[in-house]
Ligand binder design. Structure first.
Ligand SMILES: [Zn+2]
Ligand SMILES: [Zn+2]
Ligand SMILES: [Zn+2]
Length: 338
């Protein structure tokens, strides 16, 4: 994530702030410049009070361009639902900015043209909302922003990592699949290359889900898949790998902006590895990403253990997983097909 400075006093401002903590200036976030500007004479998003959205709107009474992606929202009378929805929108704004910088800008759904993305922010108190993506529409259960509920699910499903940001990155991976992989490309196109690594996505999806929940992941999956969930079907493998690519790009970007350098002799490099890759860096070799990420995660996982917290990045990237991440990297840099 980018770092920000108050336009008035130059002190640090954080992504979800609405006013400078130092000089008190009211601020709004302008997606166009990816920076904060004084709120004076500008329009706040129509969700500014409801969910504390800090973004600028282009017209009085309008939603900001992040809130415009949300098609359905919880009942405003349900305060618990609105509180969780606000947290889900916070994660969404984070991923919107990351994707802008990666060249994968999200635009609201246009049903007539069949383009863009809509997000239905549902809320359930019994887990009855199924998170997923279907044809340009992502459904989220905003209740998963509730820590206790999400942790119960994470523990029951034996997942090492479960967050709202992770859900969004995964589902947005499904959204970008046909556009980045070029579903219409024939032999020799992007799709054929993707199938070589991820498998044939024409495999029956329901059969694959049933088999996964009946038998669990295949033996030895860790060297080939980034998560157990990714073993289920080539589409899920793609979405999981895409989500990890976004985890890596965003977290390395943050580390780079703070000038983090770590010494990890185990990797055979005794001089510090300094994080340097920014999310909008278009020329970066994937090997540089892996080297910096590998060094950084050893250090940040150790930091978390010093605070008795779970590992920040509780995953290991096997050889096949790196090949898949390298393909996502190439396709993101190549950009979506029209
Ligand atoms: Zn200030
Ligand atoms: Zn907004
Ligand atoms: Zn999925």
């Amino acid at each position: 994530m980018l770092r920000f400075a108050c336009p008035v006093c130059a002190r640090e401002v954080f992504f979800d702030d609405r006013r400078c903590r130092s000089c008190g200036t009211e601020l709004v976030f302008d997606r166009g410049t990816a920076d904060f500007v004084p709120a004076e004479d500008r329009n706040r998003c129509a969700n500014a009070e409801v969910i504390r959205c800090p973004w600028m709107a282009h017209h009085p009474g309008a939603f900001c361009t992040a809130c415009q992606l949300t098609r359905r929202r919880p009942d405003p009378a349900n305060r618990e639902a609105v509180r969780n929805w606000a947290a889900a929108e916070q994660a969404k704004r984070h991923v919107v900015v990351e994707l802008d910088r990666l060249g994968l800008s999200l635009q609201p759904r246009n049903e007539t043209e069949g383009t863009g993305l809509a997000i239905d922010m549902e809320w359930s108190d019994d887990g009855s909302v199924t998170i997923g993506h279907n044809d340009g529409v992502i459904t989220l259960d905003a209740a998963e922003a509730d820590d206790a509920r999400r942790e119960r699910l994470r523990s029951r499903l034996a997942e090492p990592y479960r967050t709202m940001l992770g859900h969004l990155r995964h589902e947005i991976g499904h959204y970008w699949w046909p556009l980045l992989v070029d579903q219409a490309s024939g032999e020799g196109g992007r799709l054929a290359e993707v199938r070589k690594l991820f498998g044939d996505e024409r495999a029956d999806y329901q059969d694959a889900i049933d088999a996964h929940y009946a038998d669990g992941p295949p033996d030895g999956w860790r060297s080939r898949f980034v998560s157990a969930y990714a073993t289920m079907h080539p589409w899920e493998d793609w979405a999981e790998t895409f989500a990890h690519y976004l985890h890596i790009r965003d977290t390395l970007d943050t580390a780079s902006r703070f000038g983090l350098a770590v010494r990890v002799p185990l990797l055979g490099v005794d001089k510090p590895v300094t994080a340097s890759v920014l999310a909008d860096d278009r020329d970066v070799e994937v090997e540089v990403l892996f080297r910096e990420w590998g060094a950084l995660t050893v250090a940040v996982n150790a930091l978390n253990r010093s605070m008795d917290q779970p590992d920040l990045y509780p995953f290991a990237l096997g050889g096949d997983v790196k090949a898949k991440l390298a393909m996502v990297h190439d396709l993101v840099l190549a950009g979506p097909v029209d």
